[in-house]
Design a binder for this molecule. Structure first.
Ligand SMILES: [Zn+2]
Ligand SMILES: [Zn+2]
Length: 129
């Protein structure tokens, strides 16, 4: 006797293996929590950017930004350091005194050793002038 009957048998066997392995992809799709974890990590990154030392929107350290922090705004108003026209601390009003921008930019350079990001608000101001 040779193994002539075995191919049929092994074929059946393979069929069973296929059927079994066919059940696996749905289980693999249960790997979604991994994607969700990635999403969470991205959100955490975005938050970290927002909590950064530098307020890229106004070109001022975040905890000194009279436009972002109501507390800072109040303190500045209390000592008369306020630009009514532009609704921010006079010492932070780059519109009234563009040289102030360079002062804050120098602090950014001292900390990070590179140029600060372009001030987002400034683009709009330029368009208005
Ligand atoms: Zn700000
Ligand atoms: Zn001003």
């Amino acid at each position: 006797m040779r193994h002539r009957f075995i191919p049929a048998g092994s074929g059946l066997f393979l069929g069973v293996v296929f059927a079994l392995s066919g059940c696996q992809p749905p289980e693999d799709r249960g790997g979604k929590p991994k994607d969700q974890a990635n999403e969470k990590a991205e959100k955490a990154d975005a938050k970290a950017k927002h909590d950064a030392w530098w307020c890229a929107e106004h070109g001022i350290p975040e905890d000194e930004c009279s436009m972002c922090s109501a507390k800072v705004a109040k303190e500045c108003k209390a000592r008369g350091d306020w630009c009514e026209k532009h609704d921010r601390a006079k010492s932070q009003c780059f519109i009234c005194d563009p040289s102030l921008k360079e002062k804050f930019a120098a602090r950014y350079r001292a900390k990070y050793g590179k140029e600060p990001p372009p001030i987002e608000e400034e683009k709009d101001e330029k368009g208005e002038k």
